[in-house]
Design a protein around this ligand. Structure first.
Ligand code: PLP
Length: 477
């Protein structure tokens, strides 16, 4: 059998019927997945997702699942948006591709750049397009260093980030990131990247008010600047709310103090909004909610709701002016920078977010509802504490509850209770992600109040079955 006929034979009889085992066999034989232990995957077989609509997914066995993670923090407008598919289809027929190098442009890229300039915080009039969030952050590293060359301070090369931050998987993205597991594979971070602690009140704020802890954690930046030498520091980068690190929401005092320190030492401030941008926190950009004014903003994911890959960098006045007026060629770019079909998808996606007022709904209706429902989950014997910001939320599974976040007792890491819980979630038709023993959600922004109730009820059932299992194993204190 040729490969083509083999593959087409996997979809058998009715359109909804798939040969799951054969798909899993081929998957294990040929497909190297991102961030995956392939030996373990081979044992279990991959879940095959075949269809999606609204906030629901279906797997190849016909199981319906409520998607608490918006794909991978990206399907902000929800699934099944025919108008995005139509916009992409029309653009592919009109002009499927042309590059933006060599003094050329295309209509959707121009329109999207102008729309982003309108939507962005004050002072952002320019955008550099990429294909992903990682490429956006790589672009930022190159752009920041080019800026300092042009500003006559080429020795400003070091970029400071935070431990447990995620900024992508390319060499620069993973170096900017603070994930120990990524640094352990292949000699990262590269030279020129440094890290400070993350503003995690539950982990490090014992004995302090949240407000005092915010200032304290921002102070780690000043310590690092003085340790490395202010004259060598190019920029500081952070996510307004750390997503992949576990929905770590900083105290309100944190970001304004970070901005004050950056200004004091004349350091560029970068907001990585790959997750937070396009409404996740109930504002178009997370920096607006957290009260700071960055020089550069990385975006991706929600700009197209993941329908087609697209990312980019919003470039503030200071950097844009220097690059444009003094820079000559910026020797950087990607074949797919400003891809017409991706930009067409983004234009229609943003039209939907605006027409349905999804960002405002997160701020005023669905975000507060999720917060109330997650707060109520803290009554569960397994849940130590819960936090939400817009439609991003986390809850900590603990072995013993305490009077405050600092008095809860965690499960030993080896017991991997978060992963156990994640499996109960999936078996019961809800997708939640586990970051250690912190269970997180970031559903589509189109999720209604009723669907939030449905999701949280299913989460409650899964917490019960996880509790039963840890009690049976003798792990619950
Ligand atoms: C904050 C942040 N930055 C960058 C990235 C990398 O984006 P991509 O996977 O599109 O390269 C991610 C991905 O999750 C992210 O969460």
């Amino acid at each position: 059998m040729t490969t083509n006929s083999l593959v087409s034979s996997l979809r058998i009889a009715a359109p909804e019927t798939y040969d799951t085992q054969e798909l899993q066999r081929l998957d294990a034989a040929h497909y190297l997945h991102p961030f995956t232990d392939h030996a373990a995957l081979r044992e279990r077989g991959a879940r095959v997702i075949v269809r999606a609509d609204d906030v629901y997914l279906w797997d190849s066995d016909g199981k319906k699942i409520i998607d608490g993670m918006a794909g991978l923090w990206c399907v902000n407008a929800g699934y099944g948006r025919a108008s995005i598919a139509d916009a992409v289809h029309a653009q592919l027929l009109q002009l499927p591709f042309y590059n933006s190098f060599f003094n050329t442009t295309n209509v959707p890229a121009v329109k999207l750049a102008a729309l982003l300039a309108e939507l962005s915080p004050t002072g952002f009039q320019h955008v550099f397009f990429t294909g992903s969030g990682s490429e956006a952050n790589d672009t930022i590293v190159r752009m920041v260093r080019r800026y300092w060359q042009l500003a006559g301070k080429p020795e400003r090369e070091v970029i400071i980030s935070r431990r447990n931050a995620y900024h992508g998987s390319t060499l620069a993205g993973a170096s900017l990131g603070g994930m120990a597991g990524m640094h352990a594979q292949g000699g990262l971070p590269l030279p020129g990247f440094d890290h400070i602690g993350q503003p995690n009140y539950a982990e490090d704020g014992r004995g302090m008010s949240e407000a005092a802890f915010g200032l304290h954690a921002a102070g780690w930046l000043e310590e690092k600047i003085l340790e490395v030498g202010p004259e060598k520091i190019a920029a500081f980068i952070g996510e307004p709310v750390q997503g992949a690190g576990g929905v770590i929401i900083p105290p309100a005092t944190y970001w304004p103090e970070i901005q004050r320190i950056c200004r004091k030492y004349d350091i560029l401030l970068v907001s990585d909004e790959v997750i937070c941008g396009f409404g996740r926190l109930g504002a178009w950009f997370g920096c607006q909610l957290m009260g700071f004014e960055p020089d550069l903003i990385a975006f991706a994911k929600g700009v197209t709701s993941g329908y087609v890959p697209l990312g980019g960098v919003l470039v503030g006045a200071r950097v844009a002016h220097t690059l444009i007026e003094k820079g000559g060629d910026f020797n950087h770019g990607f074949t797919y920078s400003g891809h017409p079909a991706a930009c067409a998808a983004a234009l229609e996606n943003i039209r939907i977010l605006q027409a349905e007022r999804l960002v405002e709904r997160v701020a005023l209706e669905t975000g507060p509802h999720l917060k109330a429902r997650f707060s109520a989950l803290t009554a569960h014997p397994l849940v130590g504490h819960a936090e939400t910001c817009g439609l991003a939320a986390g809850l900590n599974l603990v072995r013993r509850k305490g009077a405050s976040v600092h008095d809860c007792e965690a499960f030993p890491a080896l017991q991997a209770v978060g992963m156990l819980c994640r499996k109960h979630m999936f078996d019961n038709g809800v997708i939640m992600r586990a970051v250690g023993d912190r269970m997180i959600v970031a559903p589509p922004l189109s999720m209604t109040v009723g669907q939030i109730d449905e999701m949280v009820e299913r989460i409650g059932v899964c917490l019960d079955s996880t509790l039963e299992e840890v009690v049976r194993r003798g792990w619950y204190a």
